[in-house]
Design a protein around this ligand. Structure first.
Ligand code: 4NP
Length: 174
């Protein structure tokens, strides 16, 4: 799902046509039903809190869940943190995303590797690992909560929210 902040019905295309370099951030995990929708929601919240105007989206490197709503456990944790991801639908990352987004964050190293394999050569999005934003967690991945229990989803939120806060601050300063 695309969203522009502040939300007034503007489209992603309009934001990308803005005069100043448009900020557009994509979060990528495997299925796009657990970690990256939570990262998307946490970053939307963090950006909104500091008035950062940015296009935000998420995607998966895998195609199994394309068109599905986020995992109910992810929806529940988002709700507990005053965010809603119920309206999001999973999609698979595309090569074109490297032109549409200024920044792409992989949720773990496997997905970073998969993204590097499809990245077109040239000046595309800056590609990095999400937890590289968090001091002490550089090089680490956000653990996949899919095969675990509810508590794992809360841990996911804690990790992505910390990275999201730092990312919003960083993009405001850049
Ligand atoms: P996500 O979690 O990558 O955080 O969305 C997963 C969701 C589904 C599967 C694996 C990970 N799966 O194997 O179906």
């Amino acid at each position: 799902m695309f969203a522009i902040l502040p939300g007034d019905g503007s489209s992603g295309t309009e934001a990308l046509n803005a005069k100043s370099p448009p900020l557009a951030v994509l979060f990528v995990c495997l299925g796009n039903i657990c970690r990256s929708p939570l990262a998307e929601a946490a970053f939307r919240q963090a950006a909104q809190r500091i008035g950062l105007e940015v296009t935000i989206d998420s995607a998966g490197t895998g195609a199994w869940h394309v068109g599905s709503a986020p995992d109910p456990r992810a929806q529940a944790v988002a709700t507990r943190h005053d965010a809603s991801i119920a309206e999001l639908r999973a999609r698979q990352v595309q090569r074109e995303d490297f032109a549409r987004f200024s920044h792409i964050f992989a949720l773990d190293r496997d997905n970073l590797k998969a993204l590097r394999q499809i990245a077109p050569p040239g000046n595309g999005a800056a590609l990095s690992l999400l937890l590289d934003l968090v001091p002490g967690k550089e090089g680490q991945g956000v653990r996949d909560p899919y095969f675990g229990d509810e508590a794992g989803f809360e841990e996911t939120w804690t990790e992505v929210a910390e990275a999201a806060r730092r990312l919003a601050q960083k993009l405001t300063q850049d």
